[in-house]
Design a protein around this ligand. Structure first.
Ligand code: SF4
Length: 363
């Protein structure tokens, strides 16, 4: 049992409930000022990463947060449970690289026990999957969540060892692919998505190999447009290889048929017309999907971001550590979400790249 002045997270039969004597207005789903219902929370559990991707951070890394600055597992659990009771039923754990956070499977087990959560997912670079796949799947256990387990998005930007090394500054492709194969053995870890950041002048040569991977494996491959969240602040629009261009390249290799887009989905997914696999395109720059965005983010240091490109954040860690009760935290969350941005302004006059980089937001 973990307790704070404000809220008591009680566990019975492995299920977590908030019991603070305070009754959250659970009838009030979390909604923004544009009428969008917020149901998806991305939680960055660390700003650290064991890769040094060129489009994300410099070779020497970044000034990392001190341990005391990042949320503890109990703090993350309490906040996630609070969001879950406001109708957030999907949680994605990100980083930096989440698997570098010590004892990460224990956090996964704590969150998997929150009964309101219907969807639990992890975004990882896959480097530690060979070691951790079994522990992660076991930690997520089987529960009432669809598929019972935990879903995985694994970031792989190249399927060629030397190019993977050149991009990530890590000679790790073989280990990542072994990790993927380990994960694929667990039915409750599926669907497994392989995400490749699309870079003009780099990814074009990777398309045939990713198409073969999509057609001959259990993985759903998705290309993600390069977004202006890099630490070097070197992003320019002409570096963006668009979803439409990639779609044309793939379709030329093997004809594609569109699948119906799920509400609030980031990817436009297609099946190969001969039935061999699926492939998707996340075109956040060229074809924004903000209109039905249902996502918010919690950073590793406890800041609520209502949009990937937010220029403002709401501190939850401070009030949490100063003893705020769940009522106060809920009020802070609802106020911030009500002011959620309608959309990003990439490519528009006046667009300002956020100070916080992708590795400190978590995607
Ligand atoms: S850019 Fe912001 S508003 Fe648009 S989809 Fe992403 S998080 Fe949502």
């Amino acid at each position: 049992m973990s307790a704070s002045a404000a809220g008591v997270v009680s566990r019975t039969n492995g299920k977590s409930r908030i019991d603070s004597g305070y009754r959250m207005s659970v009838s009030e789903p979390l909604t923004d000022g544009h009428g969008r219902r917020i149901e998806d929370l991305r939680v960055s559990v660390t700003d650290r990463c064991n890769f040094r991707c060129q489009y994300c951070m410099p070779a020497e890394g970044l000034p990392w947060l001190e341990r005391a600055e990042i949320l503890s597992f109990d703090e993350i659990e309490r906040l996630v449970a609070l969001f879950a009771r406001m109708g957030v039923h999907a949680v994605r754990l990100t980083g930096g690289e989440p698997l570098v956070r010590r004892d990460f499977p224990r956090l996964l087990r704590m969150l998997a026990a929150i009964e309101e959560l219907q969807d639990l997912a992890i975004t990882t670079n896959g480097f530690r999957l060979e070691r951790d796949a079994a522990a992660l799947v076991a930690a997520a256990g089987s529960s009432q969540r669809p598929g019972g387990g935990v879903r995985f998005n694994v970031s792989v930007d190249s399927l060629q060892r030397d190019r993977f090394y050149a991009l990530t500054r890590r000679d790790a492709l073989d280990q990542v692919m072994r990790g993927l194969a380990c994960l694929a053995q667990y039915p409750q870890a599926h669907p497994i998505k392989v995400n490749a950041v699309a870079l003009r002048g780099f990814t074009e040569d990777e398309v045939p190999a990713f198409v073969e991977l999509a057609r001959h494996s259990a993985y759903e491959v998705r290309f993600i447009e390069f977004m202006p969240l890099d630490a070097d602040r070197a992003w320019t629009s002409d570096q963006v290889l668009t979803g439409a261009e990639l779609h044309a390249m793939v379709d030329a290799l093997h004809p594609l048929e569109p699948l119906e887009r799920e509400p609030s989905a980031t990817a436009r997914v297609y099946r190969f017309s001969d039935g061999r696999g699926r492939i998707g395109f996340i075109s956040s720059v060229s074809e924004p999907f903000c209109a039905d965005c249902n996502r918010i983010r919690l950073t590793a240091d406890g800041r609520l971001r209502t949009c990937l490109f937010s220029l403002n954040e709401t501190d939850l860690r401070g009030p949490l550590r100063e003893g705020a009760d769940d009522h106060e935290l809920e009020r802070l969350v609802r106020d911030a979400v009500w002011r959620k941005e309608l959309k990003h302004q990439i490519g528009e006059p006046g667009f300002i790249q956020p100070a916080r980089t992708m590795s400190a937001i978590g995607g």
